[in-house]
Design a protein around this ligand. Sequence first.
Ligand code: DOR
Ligand code: ZN
Ligand code: ZN
Length: 352
Amino acid sequence: MTETITLPGLIDVHTHLRVPGGEHKEDFRTGTAAALAGGITTILGMPNTSPPLSTPEELAAAREQAAQDILCDVGLFAGASPEMIDQLPACAPQAAALKIYLNDTFGPLRVEDVPTLAACFATWPRHKMIAMHAEKQSVAVGIGLAAAYNRPVHFCHISRREEIELIAQAKAQGLPVTCEVTPHHLFLTEADAARLGPLGDMRPLLGTPSDVAALWEHLDETVDCIATDHAPHTLAEKRSDTPPPGVIGLETSLPLMMTAVQQNRLTLNRLIELMHHNPRRIFNLPEQSDTAVTVALTPNSITNQMVQSKCGWTPFHGTEVLAKVQKVMLRGEVLFEDGRILAKPGSGKLLS
Ligand code: DOR
Ligand code: ZN
Ligand code: ZN
């Protein structure tokens, strides 16, 4: 008989659900279906939509759509935008956290001036997290702001040796900083980017073997969360002359990380900290009663055919793993079993 293990409902604090404006890539139903298929029962959605979630009106409209469609629990980020910065406090009641983009990536959201950064740190409620897309020296900017304003900052998708070492240094000084790493930055390198072409292109880019080794070295101490940066784009878009950056990850995160547990690269307890306890604590997310994920410890191949996400492909197509999500129960109801989504739209809760 196949051995199984039971985990709490997992949390992914970094996903792109593409509503509004990108519904051909993903919507609230397909994005949350992908989450359930990956053993994830709470997700936070990013604000780089079209238009972005930078005003109370846009957040309200997205939440209204989400309330009808979501299959698991969802919170939304508000996005910092220099033109709309006065609206931030009014966004806060509807947002799980604030996202600030310091570097170039998909979508128009970007903050490059100190007055806007200062306004974010001065006016965003202190009990809600500020998360940053910060690469290279922008990580030092984020650490400086955490110190200057004495408030927590969460760094998204840390991918480079120099970045994780800087965050380790900041933590050693007692600064209130946390960070996530993605499975693609843990399991793929720049050699895979060359093999995959646009299907291996995302921001931050895949790293060198030394970068990847640094992330694994810091997985027990400095890294707080595994988050996917689930960023669906269609194959047609990826094969176009201007391919957008981003890859999906909700369905493959747990199978990949469980495989690493099987290979003694981290403990099962550490996986549960990285994928449940720490994200819940850092973003102050509610507990889900009667919620459990059953994983079968069995060899399995990741394929494009199994993908629930609307984009229909994964950069891990053809990868052999040692775990398969068998069943997901949320608040006493079985919402996913044996490859089938059983949840009805609206079975998820919207977080404030
Ligand atoms: O590769 C990425 N894609 N990185 C990001 O920061 C944004 C994301 C997207 O929205 O497609
Ligand atoms: Zn990002
Ligand atoms: Zn992202």
